[in-house]
Design a protein around this ligand. Structure first.
Ligand code: PGA
Length: 252
């Protein structure tokens, strides 16, 4: 079912005390407000258990920032989908541009990870988006089409409905530069139409597509008001509850 979602990607930030504080503040925020969207967080994996203990009633969705493309075995440093499932974690971010850039992740890796996540009943947040060079040369629609097809189009209709997509233009991540609401809407509509062509309009209408890339309190409302934008994947502004709360209130 298509939902409005604001998800915070904490990346490699915060020590354990700071992480606990922010988790607690978010819980208080959720108790004192009536958000018109789901609230999800992706803290560093070391802190997933702590989040699970704190959010006893699943008030806030808890996501890993990545997971392995393998089921189990000799993969030092990796975390499997089955491990996340055994902790009752909601899902995992897959294919974030920083994983692509620094760890050579491709859409074929993403495809395998998404399959494994779904097999374990986890929700994958699949990220894609073009680089500045690709946008400047007018290839953004084609790049996102290719990414979407390779990562997702081996899934069945029932499977793809369980995926959340995050369009994150690489040039807007952590740079303070945001895609204009119109630029983001264009790509979101494009992704939805690709899914509609392959799986039918009903399936496409069921999928939440988030925008990510320098979403801040002062631009969230306008971005979220676009017809094909169902929320945001937030990096820097998810690291304090004041900003994250204002972004959540972009869905008023
Ligand atoms: P940003 O990060 O909000 O700091 O640009 C977004 C993301 O990487 O998901």
């Amino acid at each position: 079912m298509r939902k409005n979602i604001v998800a915070g990607n904490w990346k490699m930030n915060k020590n354990v005390i700071e992480a606990q504080q922010l988790m607690f503040q978010l819980l208080q925020y959720k108790k004192n407000h009536t958000p018109n969207c789901e609230i999800w967080i992706a803290p560093p994996s070391l802190y997933l258990m702590m989040a699970k203990d704190l959010y006893e009633n699943d008030e806030i969705g808890i996501f890993a920032q990545d997971m392995s493309e393998y089921e189990s075995g000799a993969y030092t440093g990796e975390i499997s989908a089955a491990m996340l499932e055994s902790l009752d974690i909601t899902g995992a971010i897959i294919g974030h541009s920083e994983r692509r850039q620094y760890h050579g992740e491709t859409d074929s890796h993403c495809n395998r990870k998404i399959k494994l996540a779904l097999d374990q009943g986890l929700t994958p947040i699949y990220c894609n988006g073009e680089t500045l060079e690709q946008r400047k040369s007018g290839k953004h629609l084609e790049v996102v089409k290719n990414q979407t097809e390779v990562a997702l189009f081996t899934l069945s209709a029932d499977e793809i409905k369980k995926v959340v997509i995050a369009y994150e233009p690489v040039w807007a991540i952590g740079t303070g530069e945001t895609a204009s609401p119109e630029q983001a809407q264009e790509i979101h509509a494009h992704i939805r139409s690709l899914i509609a062509e392959k799986y039918g309009q009903e399936v496409a209408d069921d999928i939440s597509i988030l925008y990510g890339g320098s979403v801040k309190p002062d631009n969230a409302k306008e971005i979220f008001s676009q017809p094909d934008i169902d929320g945001g994947l937030i990096g820097g502004a998810a690291l304090n509850v004041a900003d994250f709360g204002k972004i959540i209130e972009g869905f008023s």
